[in-house]
Ligand binder design. Structure first.
Ligand code: PLP
Length: 223
């Protein structure tokens, strides 16, 4: 068995029911993705538009592509219609643009709202308060071609597992408040994307429904 197949098989056995796996394949060649595909993996995560658009035609059409990187507004149009989900919506401006371009293209785009809870300044996203305000003010009602399916977030990059768990708890708590108190009429708001190679067990313990795992499956990235 190849290492990639071994890891996919191991993860599939290990992840609890209700937790989906996004195999993060950024910076890895299509041969590596094909190995994962042959092991049964169908959801892949990419973080750069150009790389994603180059990979799509080289791989089977039944792959669900998740975009997980910071999306520049000038790249939105190229991406619309190509993904199963854009996980990294980090501003209302980006969301409005995705909605406008999706409507123009005649497609519905599924997205996650990215939450910023980590200590690093460099991470993108809404603060929990900003996101709760967005839903409390029912600004999602103006969307015409975008379906908000949940939230995505990252924990602080640290060895402190208490801090990591509390970051994940904050993401999950924000999701639950929106879903049960702020906008209980929202439909299909059911995804909490959190957890990467180094921290996914902690994310699952806090309620993740979608883990994004790269280096554990594919090895170290060659930037
Ligand atoms: C690269 C990346 C991952 C995967 O990270 P690994 O540590 O390789 O598992 C997950 N989520 C996002 C947003 C990423 O950019």
């Amino acid at each position: 068995m190849t290492e990639i197949r071994k890891q996919i098989t191991r993860l599939r056995a290990e992840l609890p029911e209700g937790v989906a796996l996004c195999a993060v394949s950024k910076f890895h060649p299509v041969e590596a993705l094909r190995e994962a595909y042959d092991a049964g993996q169908r959801t892949f995560g990419e973080s750069r538009v150009q790389e994603l658009l180059e990979k799509i035609p080289q791989l089977p059409a039944d792959i669900s592509w998740h975009f997980i990187g910071h999306l520049q507004t000038n790249k939105v149009r190229q991406l619309i219609g190509r993904t199963a989900m854009i996980e990294s919506v980090d501003s209302e401006r980006l969301l409005a643009l995705i909605d406008r371009e999706s409507e123009k293209a005649g497609v519905i785009t599924r997205v996650l709202m990215q939450l910023h809870v980590a200590a690093e300044e460099t991470k993108f996203g809404f603060t929990p308060q900003e996101l709760e305000d967005y839903f409390a003010n029912r600004r999602f009602e103006s969307l015409r071609a975008t379906h908000i399916c949940g939230v995505m977030g990252m924990a602080t990059n640290t060895d402190d597992t208490d801090r990591i768990s509390s970051d994940f708890r904050q993401i999950a708590d924000t999701f639950r408040r929106i879903r049960t108190e702020i906008a209980p009429d929202l439909r299909g708001f059911d995804t909490i994307s959190m957890g990467m190679s180094d921290d996914y067990p902690l994310a699952i313990a806090e309620g993740s429904t979608l883990v994004r795992i790269g280096s554990t499956i594919f090895g170290a990235r060659q930037y």
